[in-house]
Unconditional design. Sequence first.
Length: 304
Amino acid sequence: MSILAPKFRLSYFLKSLTDNIFWIVVIFTLVGLPILFIVLFFVQLPVYQSELINPFLALTWIFHPELALPMLKAFLLTDMFRIIAFPGFGFAVLIAASVIFIERKMLAKLQLRVGPFYCGKVEGILQLMADGLKLVSKEIIIPAKADKPIFIAAPLLFIGTAAAFVALIPVAPGWVVANIDLGLIAVFAVIGFFPIITVLSSWSANSKYPFIGGIRALYQMVSFEIPLILSLLGVVILTGTLNLSEIVESQANFPWIIFLPIGAIVFFVAMLAELERIPFDLPEAESEIVAGWLTELSGMMYGL
């Protein structure tokens, strides 16, 4: 029995290309554009030898060692470097990717299997990048009986709500977009949207498995928000403020975590539950309800 390769259809190719461009634009608009806006309008470009360092001048000087090394040293001390690289967005993405990769490897060892292996010559280190490209290129399948407007809007609401943290959390010393006095309360207000969006996403799929997972996620998120809030009361009492910038600055001379070890442990456990990580992955129990409230999501809708 011979297997024939599917015929190339220009309409399918153009549709897939259009979908990929759409999701790239959406991700850049919700994540990349705010970061670019922050860098261009809120962060001063580095100055070296009384000259403002722009991209063209940086590329010109980079091939001159006597100019490149002092310029690099001056750039490392700027707010732009702190926001983009360390301890900003770039470092956070690298740490998150490393933790996810190590988690997948550890779970594979516990289950007596290999785990990520093929992508990248060193233990499949490029697997996360391959998974991202795969999700972008996958077809999005919307269930026939789903409430399409809510089903499509839910993943966008998720990433939009997550991006709201950028405006509240201090990224670099002395820099934050919304430096409000009740910053900690505003963070919990943003967190409160996630259970609502989760239930809407699971209900709109019009399927029993996502709905069961959504109800479980709602119970778990709401119940663990209480210990999450209580674990931070000690920090508020010691610092005497709800402003996130002032809380961070108060730890410059002495780390308050030494006085709050129980609160730190409770916060860590509550965050695991809020993120539905093991062992709090009951809403995504693969052995009984497939993938929980994520079951009907596919392609980049699942990736978001």
